[in-house]
Design a binder for this molecule. Sequence first.
Ligand SMILES: Nc1nc2c(ncn2[C@@H]2O[C@H](COP(=O)(O)OP(=O)(O)OP(=O)(O)O)[C@@H](O)[C@H]2O)c(=O)[nH]1
Ligand SMILES: [Mg+2]
Length: 222
Amino acid sequence: MPSPTPKPDDPAVGVRTPSHSHAGAPTVLKIVIAGGFGAGKTTAVGAVSEITPLSTEEYLTEASANVDSLEGVEAKQTTTVAFDFGRLSLPDAPVPLELFLFGTPGQDRFVDLWYDLSRGAVGAVVLVDTRRLESSFTPVSFFEDIGLPFVVAVNHFDGAHRYHPEQVRAALELPTSVPVVTCDARNPSHIAGVLLTLVGHAVKYAPAGPNHLTPTTTLQDA
Ligand SMILES: Nc1nc2c(ncn2[C@@H]2O[C@H](COP(=O)(O)OP(=O)(O)OP(=O)(O)O)[C@@H](O)[C@H]2O)c(=O)[nH]1
Ligand SMILES: [Mg+2]
């Protein structure tokens, strides 16, 4: 299994930490958008990206019918088979930010790719569809295991029961240190808010190392 250890000089890392930033230049951060199959990852990246997002969607086929359960997302026709990529500038954040967003494929069988996509990231958003909560355990465990700070964003689907974030925290057995927020993945300001929550969290809980954020009062307050 590939090592999750970030390699600071790897060009795939794509992260310029504050220590490398020029005065006035935005801090460039890589962020992973993860979650179970159909949780809204591609939608979230597309909602906030200021460039046409790169996506790798393929039609679901009958061959995958026994592999990718469509229960709760019966209308779903495509799935991400590699990754989504988008970019978001937040010049008015307390520290100007440029976020590179990498959306993962949802199915557990692509977990090797999750390692690659997580290399050099400062943190991850785990999108949760409460109709299929069980599909969130694998991504949550994944980020716990590799030690990457993450936040949980409950994506409210139309008609789905609305659970309180604390109920979701309890169901996923998350420690109080992990922020749990709610959003609509189609709403750009919701996703921008989730990303700022993640950046603030990542600053606070980043593992020590050359490729990670240094805590600053300003970013913690972002
Ligand atoms: N009503 C509603 N529909 C949503 C929301 N987010 C996503 N969808 C829809 O749900 C479906 C799945 O969304 P995707 O963004 O493809 O989900 P994904 O997590 O990227 O899926 P995979 O890559 O296959 O794991 C799409 O038809 C979206 O339009 C939401 O917040 N509300
Ligand atoms: Mg997708």
